[in-house]
Design a protein around this ligand. Structure first.
Ligand SMILES: [Zn+2]
Length: 1197
């Protein structure tokens, strides 16, 4: 029987369907039609009238979708229906027809009424429905709508528990049965109700205790086998949902495993794979299997970093204190009671219907006092005066300086000369404790010193600064020339040759080149023991046989260094695998890419020199080829990788197969920095790994299957987490095989690797062949939650957490290649020092460039500070005055070591600032740039992702930096405090960062007004008075820089950011334009680069465009009195548009800046359960019913 019977029995229905128009009138706004119907319903005293009115209602509510139901609910209709239900239940015998109609109507309105469950319980209607169900177990007609209503009741967890107590779970298990073509709608509805009931852990526990897990599995298998035409997919799905909810319980997972659930779901899913419409079954099965997959132990002895750095001072209660205060012998890799039952107690409350009210903005700073600048610097001039020496440009009078251009010279450089003697000169570390009154370098002496090599290198530089083109890479095959290069020669920089500038340019280049080549075959000593290691890897058919011998680049303290290629078996040997060393030196030599000629700031020899002065905790003695050769951004476009359908699923199934077919698993450790001796000998069956070089990060590699490797990253030093950055070498590969790499201890809950980002690979063979470059590589990339347990020690106490896997597959093109993989384009500290040294060479007499050592880091690396501006036009008072009064621009970068993109942006900025373009000239004449290009050298050197050697995030220390623990921050802040003290507060402060979860380049700034807008704090209008200058720079950038997105920018001050550079410099130093500039690690989704992954080309361009924007900013402000004319600026660029800020949010996790701003459509838990929100579902009963059941799923982990 269907609903049409109503027409026959109740002729008055003609009123309802006489015309759609009248229906509209009843329901229209302002009409009291609904009230009339409801009041007649309430006052109706006989069953027949009640039924009539309900039929009218039913018709009315069926049309017009959810809107009419909404009106009905808002007029209190639900309550009226519950009252009628209760009254009807008191009549004996109760009218079956009435119960049927009432429940049908309730099933329609329930989903639209947020308080439906509570109202049902409080009114007593809940129990009435239970009774009706119990009385009609054989009466499918009545049972069906009652179960629909029960299902909605159960969304309230209190109701679910209460229903469980009435035995409802057991009752429904009696209703559902094995495969049958009859009663499929009833089964479906019953399973939906059961699924909802089983969300309650009490009910789930009851179901497990009654042995229902094997029952559900058997039922599922039965339907899977018999429903061959897939007509009952929703029943199959309903059974899986029940299993899914039961397995939220540890007890349930155990029962599932005991019932062989993994195998059953694995095999059934595999059989479903060819049918695309069965995806929901596969996805739900996959979810259950992932959840039940026994938690594995991460294969490391401890999650603490494999490297330890002894701090002189360990602040009590700090992260390092906590880290090492654990009792020795305590296993920190897994929790003893991981994922315990106690965490799974009933936590349901009646308030859960309101729980989606939680605010996204609870991180916004709402304390107005904290939103206003502090006028007091908090330091006395006594403490700060020492920093005067870093501002010698403010006192230099240039009287001894010759402005005669032919004698090029400019102020001194007392840093980063390649001469190790000068480099090792102790840095002056200014601290408050050690005031030294007169530290300003004698500018006169320095000014007049003329550097010969500078004039010498000019012609060479001219030729090398032409645009990069791979075709211009010079591959020397000339043997005569090669013989020439074996003659030892002094270092190019420390001992300038006597070549006069009159030499013709070609001769110069040749000469330069020969120096280059010389540098490559740096050492010949120590090569005697080379043969053993190298012979076996000498390969037939390899192009390297024809090439110039390539020697390992580094010698540290005369100790011969093995080259980084060839893996672990030739430790101690200094020989490479690219060719054989011949003591006589007349063997075919290995050609190397002449990147020094193509990259103005690169020089392999110089790089090696720089490495020698770099202090690393593991005392690295190797140099990775990519850092040595250099990187030339490829010309080709690298589009965001299109995600292949089902890639995550297939990877997860491969993971599950480890459990299903354990005999296929090799589990062979092939690399382990915790136990270097256990690394296996080369046997040709396994890849070889290496990460023992600057910025390297790979802790362990385990061969899982023939061509699949699990990789474990090392924690930041003095920490037990922050795994994200990786950089390692792979060799011993075969061609034509897809190697799957799984980085198994990632921590973030999502990654741009799910949205088109690829890791980077550098092939030494390609480099030798003329393409020295990092390229985006890898297919089948995805990022998902895995089955390796994450100890609560590293999660801030949360138990039952897992790590995440980044997986990618690579097919190598070259046999016997040495390849490197990295999270992002590496940029080491030694690279920075090399670039800074080369920047000196770019200096013209018009450029004022000074490099100071700001301080030393914890491990004794120096933190460079650059001053760049234009030389005064002459030594006239006016010119000197103009020179000294230029506004300061203060830039910093790389406080977070894993954000290497920030360094590439900084490189672009520095190169532009040192350039010869008219824009650069203007810019230098306009400002004095103070730049700390690497705020965290130690973190960079040691392959950290986030922290310094103190185990802390340095960008959370700006409020109270400790001179001993956070020297770079302490002294950088002091520089800014000094400037504030002498009333030379910078016009702009910008700290360059990288962002792992968002696309494009964008800025975070600080605005009281926008912060107030985003919160509910009340503020007076005087609180809100601020000039709009903070918007100017990002606005300009959005106009000129294609990668930059204003829409992604935000100017809200967050509580969690109160100790970041941006907020402290804004609030304490008083810099209005204080920014974090975030560059994506992934790519762009707007502008010219839309759809492309970001490369160093775009990053460097961004750095240059930042400079151009500063010039435009100059035009918009008055240089003489820039602070007073900011209003003018906001007039010119237009007033703020509020929609920009309103589309941003400040929802923050552990990331330093807002996260998840873009829709996450493929999170670790993602599956078909994540349908639309409840409000999208109208009360149309049957048709949307299954959709409804999915829409309310809440994932518990
Ligand atoms: Zn950062």
């Amino acid at each position: 029987m269907d609903y049409h019977y109503t027409k026959r029995y109740y002729p008055s229905l003609d009123y309802a369907d006489s015309s759609e128009r009248s229906g509209k009138e009843v329901m229209s706004k302002g009409s009291s039609g609904m009230e009339v119907i409801l009041s007649s319903l309430e006052n109706s005293r006989d069953v027949q009238t009640t039924l009539n009115i309900m039929c009218i209602l039913s018709e009315l509510l069926t049309v017009g979708r959810g809107r009419r139901v909404g009106v009905f609910v808002s007029k209190g209709g639900t309550g009226v229906l519950f009252q009628i239900l209760i009254s009807a239940s008191k009549e004996l015998p109760s009218s079956e027809e009435l119960m049927l109609q009432l429940h049908s109507l309730l099933a329609k309105v329930g989903p639209k009424d947020r308080k439906f469950g509570v109202k049902a319980r409080l009114s007593g209607a809940l129990n009435v429905t239970v009774d009706v169900v119990k009385q009609n177990l054989q009466n499918a007609k009545v049972l069906l709508p009652c179960l629909q209503v029960l299902r909605i009741y159960s969304n309230n967890s209190v109701n679910a528990i209460s229903l469980g107590k009435t035995g409802m779970v057991e009752i429904i298990f009696k209703i559902v049965g094995p495969y049958s073509k009859k009663n499929t709608s009833l089964f479906k509805v019953a399973l939906d109700a059961l699924g909802a009931l089983l969300k309650s852990k009490t009910n789930a526990r009851r179901a497990v205790d009654s042995g229902h897990v094997p029952v559900l599995l058997a039922l599922y298998l039965d339907w899977h086998r018999n429903d061959t035409r897939h007509r009952c997919m929703l029943i199959r799905k309903g059974l899986l949902v029940c299993l899914r909810n039961i397995t939220n319980l540890k007890l349930g997972r155990r029962a599932f495993l005991e019932a062989d659930g993994m195998r059953i779901l694995y095999h059934s899913s595999t059989e479903c794979l060819p049918v695309r419409t069965l995806d929901p079954l596969i996805n739900t099965s996959s979810l259950i299997m992932r959840k039940c997959f026994p938690k594995n132990r991460l294969p490391v002895p401890t999650i603490k970093s494999a490297f330890h750095f002894l701090l002189h001072q360990v602040p009590p209660g700090g992260p390092v204190d906590q880290l090492y205060n654990q009792l020795s012998g305590v296993d920190d890799v897994v929790d003893e009671s991981d994922d315990n039952e106690e965490a799974e107690g009933e936590t349901d409350t009646e308030n859960d219907e309101d729980k989606d009210q939680c605010s996204l903005n609870d991180d916004i700073e709402t304390d107005l006092n904290k939103l206003h600048p502090i006028r007091n610097i908090g330091r006395s001039f006594e403490e700060l005066k020492d920093y005067q020496k870093f501002f010698s440009e403010l006192s230099e009078d240039f009287q001894g300086y010759s402005f005669d251009i032919s004698k090029s010279a400019s102020p001194s450089t007392y840093l980063f000369s390649s001469s190790s003697a000068r480099f090792s000169r102790p840095a002056e570390v200014p601290t408050a404790q050690t005031p030294s009154p007169k530290q300003i370098p004698d500018s006169q002496n320095v000014c007049t010193s003329v550097k010969e090599h500078q004039t010498l290198s000019c012609p060479f530089l001219a030729s090398s600064q032409t645009p990069l083109d791979l075709d211009t890479i010079h591959l020397s095959k000339n043997k005569d020339q090669q013989e020439g290069i074996n003659i030892p020669a002094p270092d190019r920089r420390t001992a300038p040759t006597s070549i006069s500038t009159s030499l013709c340019q070609s001769h110069m280049i040749e000469q330069e080149l020969s120096h280059q080549l010389e540098g490559v075959s740096l050492e010949d000593k120590g090569s005697q023991n080379a043969e053993a290691g190298s012979e076996k890897v000498k390969h037939e058919g390899s192009p390297v046989n024809n090439l110039r011998h390539f020697q390992p680049p580094v010698l540290l303290g005369g100790f011969p260094i093995r080259r980084t290629g060839g893996g672990g078996s030739n430790v101690g040997s200094d020989c490479g695998s690219e060719g054989t060393e011949d003591e006589a030196g007349d063997a075919p030599l290995l050609e190397v890419p002449d990147t020094a000629r193509l990259l103005p700031l690169h020089d392999p020899d110089l790089y090696v020199e720089m490495v020698k002065g770099t202090q690393s905790v593991p005392q690295y003695a190797e140099v990775a080829y990519p850092d040595y050769f250099g990187h030339i951004a490829p010309m080709l476009k690298e589009p965001l990788l299109e995600r292949i359908y089902g890639v995550q699923r297939s990877k997860i199934f491969q993971d599950i197969e480890r459990l299903i077919h354990p005999n296929d698993i090799l589990d062979k450790v092939v690399y382990d920095i915790d136990h270097p001796s256990s690394m296996i000998e080369e046997n040709g069956e396994s890849l070889k790994f290496n990460s023992q070089f600057e910025s390297g990060n790979l802790r362990k590699a385990i061969q899982v299957r023939k061509s699949e490797y699990d990789l474990v990253l090392n924690a930041d030093i003095n920490s037990n987490h922050y795994h994200q950055w990786f950089y390692f070498e792979v060799s011993g590969m075969r061609t034509g095989t897809g190697y799957r790499f799984n980085i198994i201890n990632c921590e973030k809950s999502n990654s741009q690797f799910n949205y088109g980002m690829q890791p980077l690979m550098y092939s030494v063979q390609e480099a030798i062949g003329g393409k020295p470059q990092w390229v985006r590589t890898g297919t089948d990339i995805c990022y998902y939650k895995n089955h390796f347990a994450r100890s609560s020690v590293a999660t801030g106490g949360q138990k039952g957490k897992s790590y995440y896997t980044l997986t990618f597959t690579v097919t190598f093109i070259h046999k016997d290649d040495v390849c490197y993989f990295a999270y992002h384009y590496p940029y080491t500290y030694s690279t920075l020092k090399m670039h800074l040294s080369k920047l000196e060479d770019m200096r013209t007499p018009q450029i004022y460039l000074r490099q100071d050592v700001l301080c030393e880091t914890l491990s004794g690396n120096t933190c460079p500070l650059l001053t760049i501006t234009a030389m005064p036009e002459s030594k006239s008072t006016d010119h000197i005055c103009q020179f000294r009064n230029r506004p300061f621009i203060f830039l910093s970068a790389r406080v977070h070591p894993g954000e290497t993109n920030a360094s590439w942006v900084m490189k672009g900025t520095l190169e532009f600032l040192m350039g010869t373009s008219p824009l650069a000239v203007n810019l230098r004449e306009a400002y004095i740039f103070k730049i700390v290009p690497m705020l965290n050298p130690d973190g960079v050197v040691n392959g950290n992702h986030r922290c310094s050697l103190s185990g802390e995030d340095l960008n959370r220390q700006w409020q109270n930096p400790d001179p001993e623990l956070h020297p770079t921050i302490y002294h950088t802040k002091s520089l800014l405090q000094y400037l504030a003290y002498i009333q030379r507060t910078p016009l702009v402060f910008c700290d360059y960062h990288g962002h792992s979860r968002k696309k494009n380049v964008f800025m975070y700034g600080c605005s009281v007004k926008e912060t107030v807008w985003q919160s509910d704090i009340s503020a007076t209008s005087s609180d809100l008075q601020e000039d709009l200058g903070y918007r100017t720079l990002p606005k300009i950038l959005s106009q000129i820089a294609p990668a930059f997105s204003l829409a992604s920018s935000s100017f809200v001050v967050e509580r969690s950011k109160e100790s970041t550079a941006r907020v402290v410099v804004w609030r304490e130093i008083g810099v209005k334009r204080s920014y974090t500039m975030e560059s994506t690690l992934c790519g762009c989704d707007q502008g010219k680069y839309k759809g492309l992954q970001i490369s160093t080309r775009e990053l460097e361009e961004m750095g240059a465009q930042f400079c151009v924007a500063m010039l435009r900013l100059k035009r918009l402000t008055s240089l003489r009195n820039h602070q007073n004319l900011l209003d003018l600026e906001s007039d010119i660029i237009g007033t703020q548009s509020k929609n920009v800020s309103s589309c941003t949010t400040t929802y923050v996790l552990e990331e330093d800046e807002p996260s998840f701003l873009e829709a996450i459509d493929y999170s670790a838990e993602s599956n078909d359960e994540d349908a639309g929100p409840e409000s999208d579902v109208c009360g149309d009963g049957q048709e949307n019913f299954d959709q409804l059941s999915d829409s309310e799923t809440i994932h518990r982990n």
